[in-house]
Design a protein around this ligand. Structure first.
Ligand SMILES: CSC[C@H]1O[C@H](OP(=O)(O)O)[C@H](O)[C@@H]1O
Ligand SMILES: Nc1ncnc2[nH]cnc12
Length: 290
């Protein structure tokens, strides 16, 4: 299988990447099941890039049903080191307006019952999520969006709800009072699974609505999200292209995520059941074979 170092996960409204050439599609199977869809590998800005639509082509998979472990593991199988996530989000503050893009630096988990880890079944690990998004990749994304001329905000607390329903007004007001800036349904567990897989991960969050707290704006609907995204999908595509160019022109960039497991593993290797060892060898052989 060819090595691809840059991955892109497209969210609501971004189901394919424009401008890819020399395309191949791969159907991967992982120890955690099948990813959301085939992964499309193509050349962008002279660089091989792997693209996966998070909800599948035709938007078939609920946020709470996403096979996120398989999606991240599949990216790891391809050799992805930098993973750009594109998401639609609601805004919880007036100055982050629909049409703007946010590169969040904080994450608050309000999901329930999603598979949150690759570990378990005889192996224990505790990764650090103090800074949930890779600062190096976030910086690249910020510059990449800036180049498109879109309004971009660096930093913001991203609250991730279970969905699939949108929030009540009461919840939305509480999230604002907690200091949350944007709201979505998918960055958890993507961010922490990417960290467990030692992949640098950052989100380009496209503000599509003011959720349901605003006094003069209508409460969010799917129609509103899609309408705003349609107007902005060109920016998203251009920003991804810029990010790929910026990454490939700086081959010396490194991410703290790349050794996230160094101090996270608790279990003595010889105590790990053989099946678990096999399942996680892609993530752990670099430590176990030392
Ligand atoms: C279509 S509105 C709700 C939907 O949009 C966001 O999706 P994604 O993060 O994949 O862009 C949000 O998280 C919900 O899944
Ligand atoms: N207001 C909102 N809440 C949750 N997810 C969203 N995705 C887009 N807008 C959203």
């Amino acid at each position: 299988m060819e090595e691809v170092t840059i991955g892109v996960i497209g969210g609501s409204g971004l189901y394919q990447m424009e401008g890819l050439t020399d395309i191949v599609e791969v159907d991967l199977d992982t120890p955690f099941g099948k990813p959301s869809d085939s992964i499309v590998i193509g050349t962008l800005e002279g660089q091989r890039v792997a693209f996966l639509p998070r909800h599948g082509r035709g938007h078939r998979i609920l946020p709470g049903e996403l096979p996120t472990r398989a999606n991240i593991y599949a990216m790891k199988m391809l050799g992805v080191k930098w993973l750009i996530a594109v998401s639609a989000c609601g805004s919880l503050r007036a100055d982050y307006a629909p049409g703007h893009i946010v590169i969040p630096d904080g994450l608050f988990d309000r999901t329930r019952g999603r598979p949150l880890t690759f570990f378990g079944d005889g192996i224990v690990a505790h990764i650090s999520m103090a800074d949930p998004f890779c600062p190096v990749l976030s910086d690249v994304l910020y510059k990449a969006v800036k180049e498109t001329g879109a309004t971009v905000h660096k930093g913001g607390n991203f609250i991730v709800i279970e969905g699939p329903r949108f929030s009540t007004r009461t919840e939305s007001h509480v999230f604002r009072a907690w200091g949350m800036d944007i709201i979505g349904m998918t960055a958890v567990p993507e961010a922490q699974l990417a960290r467990e897989a030692e992949i640098a991960y950052a989100v380009m969050a496209h503000v599509t609505d003011y959720d349901v707290w605003h006094e003069s704006e209508e409460p969010v609907t799917v129609e509103m999200v899609i309408r705003t995204l349609k107007q902005n999908v060109k920016h998203a595509q251009e920003a991804v292209r810029n990010a790929v160019r910026l990454l490939s022109s700086q081959p010396d960039l490194t991410s703290p995520a790349w050794d996230a497991l160094r101090d996270a593993l608790m279990t003595a290797p010889e105590m790990v059941p053989i099946e678990t060892r096999r399942r996680l060898s892609l993530l752990l052989d670099k430590y176990w074979k030392q």
